[in-house]
Design a protein around this ligand. Structure first.
Ligand SMILES: [Zn+2]
Length: 451
C-alpha cells in the first residue's frame, strides 16, 4: 500500500473531523496566482524573503529552493556562521530527535559480542570498513540526518530497491574513504559540545530541554563540514529537505529495509557490521518515537519552493512540543513528546519504550548471528514497542495542523478545533504561523483547548 493510500485509510474513521470547503489548488502557491494584484504579490514576496532569511538561520530545512542553491556557496555558509555567533532567538530546532537523544538510546544498550561477553555500547566502538571508529549510539545519530543520498530509502519500489538505497547511504558513512573517517569525526566534534551539556544536565537531574536554548546554533558549521560532498551524497541542509524517511510510515519502511540487511549480514557471520548497519536503521526507529514524526504528512508537504516543507516544520514543532497520546501493539499507553524532550522527566515513558524497541532491534541481530536465521520480514520485534500510527492519527489532544489527505486546520490559531479546509496556500500558511507568535517556544495549547 502506498503511503498516501495508507494515510487515507488511516484518516477515514477519525472522529471529529469537519471539512470547511471543497477542493482548492493549494499546492500552486503564489507563483501561479492570477487574482492577486502586483502590489500584494510583491508584499508577499518581501515577506517571504524576510521569513526565509529568518528561518534559514534557525532550522535545518532550507527555506526555499534558492536557499538550497545558496547552501552550496561558501559566502552563504560564512554568513550563517556569523549568525551562529549571535545568541539564539528561540530554541535551536533540529529534526527528529537531537544528536544526544539518538546517541543516548544506542550507547546505553548492552550488546552481546562474538567473544561471548557483553559490553555497554558506549564503551565498545565498532570499526567500520573505512576505518572509522564509532559507537552504536554515534551511528544512530549520524545516520539519516548526516549520511544519506539523494534517493530516500522509502522511495524504493520494493524491498530490494529499498535495501539498495540503504546500502548506498551506508557506503557514504562506512565505506567511502574520500571523505571519511575525517568528515564524520569533524561532525562528531561539532556536536560534542551539545552532547556534553545535555549529559551534564541529565547527571544533575535537570531537563535537557532547558539546556538547548542556551546552545549555539551548529547548523552553519555542520553545513560547512558537508558542503563539498559529491551530488549523490548531499550536504546536511539538503538532506534535511528530503527527509521523509524519518516520518510515519516511511520511517517504518526505511527501518525495515536497513534491519533486513543487518540481519542477513549477522546471519552470514559478521556480527560487528551487522550491529553497525542496524544502528544506522535504528535512527528511523528512534524517530518513530518523536511526536512530530508520527502524523505529520511529511512526504506530501514538500514542494519546489520549500514552502510546504516549512508547513511540515510548523506541524512537527507543534506536535513535538504539546505531545500526542499514543499506544503500542504491546498494550502500553503514554503521552509522547518530541525533539529535545526525550531525556526530560516528562518524557520518561516514551524514553523507556524507545529503549525497549532499540534493545529488541539489537537483540534480533545477535540472534541472527547465533542461529544463522533471520527474523521474517517485516515482523520485527521493535515495532511491538513503537506507537502505532493509528493511535497517533486518532489522537484527540490537539487537532493536527495537516491531515493525511492534505487538508489544513481551518484556523491555525485554534489548536483544538477540528475544522478543516482545502482553501489555503503553503506560503501564506507559513507566514500566518510565524506571525501568530504561537510557534515561539514554549509552544502551548491555545485558549480553545481543554488540556
Ligand atoms: Zn531523523
Amino acid at each position: 500500500m502506498s503511503a498516501e493510500t495508507q494515510a487515507k485509510v488511516l484518516n477515514k474513521d477519525i472522529p471529529g473531523y469537519e471539512s470547511t470547503s471543497g477542493d482548492h489548488d493549494h499546492t500552486s502557491d503564489v507563483g501561479s496566482l492570477n487574482n492577486i494584484d502586483a502590489e500584494k504579490l510583491k508584499l508577499l514576496h518581501d515577506e517571504h524573503n524576510h521569513l526565509r532569511s529568518r528561518f534559514s538561520q534557525l532550522i535545518s530545512i532550507p527555506a526555499c529552493g534558492e536557499d538550497i542553491e545558496a547552501a552550496g556557496k561558501l559566502d552563504y555558509v560564512h554568513w550563517k556562521l556569523r549568525q551562529a555567533e549571535e545568541p539564539p532567538k528561540r530554541n535551536k530546532d533540529g529534526l527528529g530527535f537531537e544528536f544526544p537523544e539518538h546517541s543516548y538510546l544506542g550507547d546505553s544498550l548492552k550488546l552481546a559480542w562474538d567473544d561471548g561477553k557483553s559490553y555497554i555500547a558506549k564503551n565498545k566502538p565498532i570499526t567500520l570498513p573505512n576505518g572509522l571508529k564509532l559507537t552504536y549510539g554515534e551511528i544512530n545519530a549520524l545516520a539519516g540526518d548526516f549520511y544519506g543520498t539523494v534517493n530516500p530509502i522509502s522511495n524504493g519500489k520494493d524491498l530490494k530497491d529499498q535495501q539498495g538505497r540503504f546500502r548506498s547511504a551506508w557506503h557514504w558513512l562506512a565505506e567511502d574513504t574520500t571523505r571519511n573517517p575525517n568528515e564524520a569525526e569533524k561532525i562528531l566534534n561539532i556536536l560534542s559540545v551539545e552532547a556534553k551539556r545535555v549529559q551534564e544536565a541529565v547527571d544533575k537531574g535537570q531537563d535537557p530541554s532547558e539546556v538547548y536554548p542556551t546552545l549555539k546554533d551548529t547548523n552553519a558549521a555542520l553545513q560547512l563540514a558537508t558542503i563539498t560532498r559529491p551530488a549523490e551524497c548531499p550536504s546536511y541542509l539538503v538532506l534535511a529537505s528530503i527527509n521523509w524517511d524519518h516520518f510515519g510510515i516511511d520511517a517504518r519502511t526505511a527501518y525495515n529495509a536497513c534491519h533486513s540487511v543487518a540481519l542477513e549480514t549477522a546471519a552470514n557471520g559478521d556480527l560487528q557490521t551487522g550491529y553497525a548497519m542496524n544502528a544506522f536503521g535504528d535512527h528511523f526507529l528512534q524517530d518513530s518515537f518523536a511526536a512530530g514524526h508520527m502524523r505529520t504528512p511529511r512526504r506530501i508537504l514538500h514542494n519546489s519552493t520549500n514552502a510546504a516543507d516549512l508547513c511540515a516544520k510548523f506541524m512537527h514543532d507543534e506536535d513535538n512540543a504539546i505531545g500526542l497520546d499514543v499506544e503500542s501493539p504491546a498494550g502500553k499507553s503514554w503521552r509522547a513528546y518530541g525533539d529535545k524532550r526525550l531525556l526530560d522527566k516528562v518524557d520518561a515513558d516514551n524514553k523507556n519504550e524507545a529503549w525497549n524497541a532499540v534493545r529488541t532491534s539489537a537483540d534480533e541481530i545477535y540472534q541472527a548471528y547465533k542461529t544463522k536465521k533471520v527474523t521474517e520480514y517485516p515482523n520485527y520485534g521493535a515495532w511491538e514497542y513503537a506507537p502505532t500510527l493509528e493511535s497517533a492519527q486518532q489522537n484527540q489532544l490537539i487537532a493536527p495542523l495537516f491531515r493525511p489527505d492534505g487538508q489544513r486546520r481551518a484556523d491555525i490559531r485554534k489548536r483544538c478545533e477540528y475544522k478543516y479546509t482545502n482553501s489555503y496556500w503553503y506560503l501564506t500558511t507559513a507566514l500566518d504561523c510565524e506571525a501568530s507568535g504561537l510557534w515561539t517556544y514554549p509552544i502551548e495549547p491555545t485558549d480553545d483547548c481543554k488540556i
